[in-house]
Design a protein around this ligand. Structure first.
Ligand SMILES: [Zn+2]
Length: 463
C-alpha cells in the first residue's frame, strides 16, 4: 500500500471536492482523506505540494505516427517556397527522404526532382491525408499524369504504404520515444489508432504490447475495421493494453474537399465524399455489436455527422458507446438531438483550419461548436497527434470558452466513460493513476497554464 501525501487531490466528481491524501493498493485507490487513517503498514510518498488530478488520457492520436513526427525532418509549417526548398535540400542525404509539417504551397514533382529523382522524396501535408512526391515515387507506384501533388485519397493510401514502410526495430524505437514524451506531458493513457497502417496487425500489436509493459503505460487501441478479423483471432492478454472501439472513416477532410458537407464547396459543384455505403456501415455496426463494441467514426462534415447519427440510431445500444472522431461541422438541429455519444474534439483545429475553411466553405453551419454540445454528450479533448501538439495545457489555453472543470473532465473522466473502465476519478475503486502539476490548473489564469509544469506522472501506482 502507498499513502500519497502533501498534495491537493481533485476528485473530479465535482469541481470543489478535494482530498489531502490518498491511499492506493495494487493499482487501485482504496481510501481518501481521513478514511486513510484506518489503515497502517503502508509506504508514504510525499508529492511536494503538487496539484493532483486523475491520470490524463489523450483520447485520439496515432501513437506510432507521433513517434515518427518526433524523429522526422519537419518543415514546421513554413510557407515561404524558397526557404522550404532550401530546407528540403538540406534534409536530403542521398537516401529516401520523408518530410512532415508541409503546408501545400504548390511545390510540384519538378521542384523535388531538382533535389533528387533517384531517391524517394515525400512531403506529407499537414492534414496527414495528402502528399507531394517526386517522380521517383510516381514511377514506383505507376501513377500517371500527376504533377506530384496527391490529394486523391485512393492514391494517398498507396503513398502512405511507402511512407510507413519501416522495420520492427525502428517502429519500436519511435513508439517508445512517443510514449516517454507523452508521460512527460502528464498522460497516463492513450486511445490510439495504429493497428492497420504498418507492416502487419500482429507486428504492430506486439510492439504496443511490449512497450505498454516496459513503460508501464496504458494503451487503448482502436481496432481499424480492416484488421477486425485479425483482432478476433488474436489480442494479447495484458492489463495495460485494451481494445476499444472499431474505427471506420465516413468522409474525408476539409482541405481536400472530401469532408461531406450539406452544401457545395466554394466555387465547385461537389459537396464531399462518402467513404462507406449505408449497407457496409450497418453490417460493420452489427458486427461491432456482436463483439460488444462501439464504433469510432471519422466524421468531419455536417452532412456526414447527421447521416452517421441516423445510421447509429438503427442499432443503438446503451452498453456500447460510439464515438465521433472530429465532429468538426454540425448543424443546430443535430446539436440539439445528440445524446449518449462521445465526440473526440481537437481545439487546435480552430486555428489551424481557419484558412482552409475560409477558402473552401460557406459559413452557414456551426464550425467546431465544442461549447454548444449538451451534457448528454461526452466531450474528449485530443490532438490527433501527429497532426497537432498533444500538450494538454496548450489545448486548455486554446479552448477557453469551456469551463476549466469541463475541460479537465474532457481529459480525465470523459475518456474513461467512453471506454467503460474505472479510471478518470480520484475515488475508491478507481485506477491509481495521477497527473501532478506544480500549479492549480483548476484555478489559475489562462496565461499561467503556459508556465505550468507536470511534476509527476503516476500510473498503476508507480511514479
Ligand atoms: Zn486521427
Amino acid at each position: 500500500m502507498i499513502l500519497w501525501t502533501n498534495a491537493t487531490f481533485y476528485s473530479m466528481e465535482d469541481c470543489l471536492l478535494t482530498y489531502d491524501k490518498v491511499l492506493t493498493n495494487e493499482g487501485i485507490i482504496v481510501a481518501l482523506g481521513n478514511d486513510t487513517l484506518k489503515y497502517s503498514n503502508y509506504q508514504t510518498i510525499d508529492l511536494k505540494g503538487s496539484y493532483v488530478f486523475p491520470g490524463f488520457s489523450e483520447s485520439h492520436l496515432h501513437l506510432i505516427g507521433y513517434g515518427r513526427k518526433l524523429f522526422s525532418n519537419n518543415l514546421k509549417l513554413d510557407i515561404n517556397k524558397e526557404s522550404v526548398l532550401a530546407k528540403i535540400k538540406k534534409f536530403y542525404k542521398n537516401e529516401k527522404l520523408l518530410i512532415e509539417g508541409y503546408v501545400n504551397i504548390g511545390i510540384t514533382k519538378d521542384d523535388l526532382d531538382l533535389i533528387s529523382s533517384d531517391n524517394i522524396i515525400i512531403l506529407r501535408h499537414n492534414d496527414y491525408h495528402s502528399f507531394t512526391v517526386n517522380s521517383k515515387v510516381l514511377e514506383m507506384l505507376n501513377i500517371k499524369n500527376s504533377n506530384g501533388i496527391i490529394l486523391d485519397d485512393l492514391v494517398s493510401s498507396k503513398i502512405t504504404k511507402v511512407w510507413e514502410s519501416n522495420d520492427k526495430v525502428m517502429l519500436t524505437k519511435i513508439t517508445d520515444y512517443a510514449i516517454k514524451d507523452l508521460k512527460k506531458l502528464g498522460f497516463t493513457s492513450v486511445h490510439t489508432d495504429d493497428l492497420s497502417y504498418f507492416n502487419s496487425y500482429d507486428e504492430t500489436i506486439e510492439i504496443l504490447n511490449l512497450l505498454s509493459k516496459t513503460n508501464n503505460f496504458r494503451i487503448n487501441t482502436l481496432i481499424h475495421h480492416s484488421v477486425l478479423d485479425s483482432f478476433i483471432k488474436y489480442y494479447p492478454n495484458n492489463k495495460l493494453l485494451n481494445p476499444i472501439q472499431i474505427k471506420v472513416f465516413y468522409d474525408g477532410t476539409l482541405s481536400s474537399k472530401t469532408a461531406l458537407i450539406s452544401e457545395n464547396y466554394k466555387n465547385s459543384n461537389n459537396n464531399g465524399k462518402r467513404y462507406i455505403t449505408d449497407k457496409d456501415f450497418l453490417n460493420l455496426l452489427k458486427k461491432a455489436r456482436s463483439l460488444s463494441k462501439g464504433l469510432a467514426i471519422h466524421t468531419i462534415g455536417d452532412l456526414a455527422f447527421s447521416e452517421v447519427i441516423k445510421l447509429l440510431s438503427l442499432e443503438k445500444k446503451a452498453s456500447e458507446m460510439d464515438r465521433i472522431v472530429h465532429g468538426s461541422l454540425a448543424s443546430d438541429d443535430l446539436i440539439l438531438e445528440l445524446e449518449n455519444i462521445a465526440i473526440d474534439i481537437q481545439p487546435h483545429f480552430i486555428k489551424s483550419d481557419k484558412e482552409v475553411i475560409r477558402k473552401n466553405i460557406n459559413h452557414q453551419t456551426n464550425i467546431y461548436p465544442f461549447d454548444k454540445y449538451n451534457k448528454k454528450v461526452i466531450i474528449n479533448t485530443s490532438s490527433d497527434a501527429p497532426v497537432e501538439d498533444p500538450n494538454p495545457l496548450l489545448n486548455m489555453y486554446e479552448l477557453n470558452n469551456i469551463s476549466r472543470f469541463d475541460m479537465i473532465k474532457s481529459y480525465t473522466i470523459n475518456p474513461y466513460l467512453t471506454i467503460n473502465k474505472k479510471g478518470g476519478l480520484i475515488k475508491e475503486g478507481y485506477y491509481a493513476d495521477f497527473t501532478c502539476f506544480d500549479k492549480d490548473i483548476m484555478k489559475i489564469e489562462k496565461e499561467e497554464l503556459l508556465n505550468t509544469k507536470v511534476l509527476y506522472t503516476i500510473i498503476d501506482e508507480k511514479m
